[in-house]
Design a protein around this ligand. Structure first.
Ligand code: SF4
Length: 416
């Protein structure tokens, strides 16, 4: 049977202690350690079970700094392992002077959105190391690090704790709509506008339909006329919505709405029916269930001051309509909260450098349906490392409707 394993790669220069670290983790001589440069001729693999993490495939890679034709081949193999692994552990001997190889590795891993941990292998525990390596590898400061003596078997527990405390396992079973129960009805409110493509639902919508159906429950799509609901025909539109809800043979459990309709849905959704948004669903899914982080981030909105910078981040470059949510609706609300707030934008798959990120008071992120969960999680790690809070379109647009609406959209995600 195929077992889903976390892939953890150990990287670094020749003789930095990668193999010792591998042996420390496997508790056996999986890798031969020797001070002869290039002892790890090729990548060594070990399948182990780490308590708290589950099945793991460990890779002990060759030194990236080996200078020969064979060394070049090994290098490309090492970089392939880097692509394959979920976590890169970079082993550094801080007593050396040249950190070009490590800097190269860190940049490569960062470019691939890898989770990364740094282990300083102390060959001489009495020798303190200064911060020269942080000057030579500025990116280092964004990654958790641990100093240890890799050949000391007593260090194993500390090393494992360090990994468990800092690594977000990819194997966490992440549910799209964890509250869905069999035989229940779930309403998907899909207003549709000029930019809505014909012939298909958008990705979050079709994912929700598939998920609810798979769970033996009943997804029911409803198209709300938002213009009518907000204008003179509001009464007729409300009547149409009530007729739809009351026409179902069973009371629906939860309405999942387009976040833009929160101004209407917060008022119109009957109290006995749950309410949340597609954007919240997607960001919770992509962040591996970290919706709390986006809820906490929204608290910054209560305390916005003139001159505060807010970044609106969308993970794609979709075509924009007149009333675009990211470029028009959200900035307009922010200006109402405080006209002196500065709003900036980040569109597309590439995210800002951490140096730039740290200047923001808050990031308001879209549902991120067009990037991988790994990529979104890399963004969130960057934000955590610079201490900048983040919220999400769905959370933001619910917050705008008041405390009760915000608590309501969060309620389905609180596990009992
Ligand atoms: S990536 Fe973001 S902006 Fe683009 S379609 Fe998905 S939720 Fe909308």
């Amino acid at each position: 049977m195929q077992v889903n394993r976390e892939h953890i790669g150990i990287f670094g220069k020749m003789n930095s202690g990668k193999s010792s670290l591998m042996n420390l983790l496997t508790q056996q001589e999986t890798s031969i350690t020797d001070s002869t440069p290039g002892t790890t001729a090729d990548t060594k693999i070990a399948l182990i079970e780490l308590h708290g993490l589950g099945p793991v495939k460990l890779f002990d890679t060759a030194g990236l700094d080996e200078k020969s034709l064979l060394g070049e081949k090994k290098k490309s193999k090492v970089l392939n392992v880097l692509k394959e692994c979920d976590l890169a552990i970079v082993v550094i001997n801080p007593a050396t002077d040249d950190f070009a190889t490590e800097a190269f590795l860190i940049e490569k891993a960062r470019g691939m959105d890898k989770q990364m941990l740094v282990v300083f292998n102390l060959f001489d525990t009495a020798m303190p190391f200064d911060d020269k390596l942080y000057q030579k590898m500025p990116l280092l400061k964004f990654y958790p690090s641990l100093s240890l003596e890799a050949i000391n078997l007593q260090e194993r527990d500390r090393l494992i704790r360090f990994i468990l405390n800092n690594y977000e396992a990819t194997g966490i079973h992440n549910e799209l709509l964890p509250f869905v129960e069999p035989d229940e009805f779930y309403i998907l409110n899909i207003p549709m506008d000029e930019e809505t493509p014909e012939g298909r639902f958008l990705r979050p919508q079709s994912m929700a339909v598939e998920y609810i159906t798979r769970k033996w429950a009943y997804p029911v799509a409803y198209r709300m006329d938002l213009k009518a609901a907000r204008g003179e025909k509001a009464e007729a539109e409300k009547k149409r919505f009530d007729t739809f809800i009351n026409g179902l043979m069973k009371r629906p459990k939860v309405v999942v709405t387009d976040s833009q309709a929160m101004d209407i849905m917060a008022k119109w959704t009957p109290e006995d029916i749950g309410l949340t948004t597609f954007s919240i669903m997607m960001i919770n899914y992509g962040s591996n269930g970290r919706i709390d982080e986006f809820y906490e981030g929204a608290k910054v909105l209560n305390d916005l001051k003139g001159g505060d910078k807010i970044l609106i981040a969308e993970a794609c470059n979709h075509s924009r309509i007149q009333e675009d949510i990211g470029t028009v609706q959200i900035p307009a609300v922010l200006k109402q909260i405080n006209p002196e707030v500065k709003v900036e934008f980040n569109f597309g798959r590439e995210f800002q450098e951490n140096e730039c990120l740290s200047s923001y008071k808050l990031i308001i992120h879209c549902g991120a349906c067009m990037i991988s969960n790994q990529k979104l999680q890399a963004r969130l790690r960057d934000l955590r490392s610079v201490g900048v809070p983040v919220t999400n379109y769905g959370v933001f647009l619910s917050w705008v409707q008041g405390h009760k609406a915000l608590e309501r959209v969060m309620e389905p995600w609180i596990s009992e």
